[in-house]
Design a binder for this molecule. Sequence first.
Ligand SMILES: [Fe+2]
Length: 180
Amino acid sequence: MSSVLERKPDELAVPYQLPQVPFMSPDIVHLGVLDKWLEDDKLWVPMTQTVSFKPLLLCASQGYYVNLLRVRQSGVLSRHRHTGPVHAIVLKGRWYYLEHEWVAEEGSYAHEPAGETHTLFVPEGVDEMITWFHVTGGYTYVDPQGVAVGYEDVFTKIEAARKFYEESGLGADYVKQFIR
Ligand SMILES: [Fe+2]
């Protein structure tokens, strides 16, 4: 019997013939996330006048979310402590943490470990920053001494998106396509 890699590609072009497992979640596919999705549209959920997010996946069942964060201001965005790890890929602009030497430039990947507290800063001259974030768990907004002043997690994201899509005419249920 030849190995899978030795066989001609067309011999392998047969879909899986059995039913998928019961209770499996449906797939999610968003086309054009690196270009068309960066443009202004009604999916961007405003958090403030200058900060918005666009959901890709709001995973309520596992307590994480994947989104695009867009910031149109320079200076401190927030100081927060993470309960879970974060993966980030900068799609536009640049930013850094006041606690670190490095700068996350366009095209960079950054990993934020669980437990870290940091202060996100967008430098002068960056008109727009857009970053893909995979955020596990939640994060607590803190003052410089670590005293909690607020929090964010997949559920605050779901609620913000649900509310905004309802107000903007897309309908509250529009958010459901992003939830698993
Ligand atoms: Fe963070």
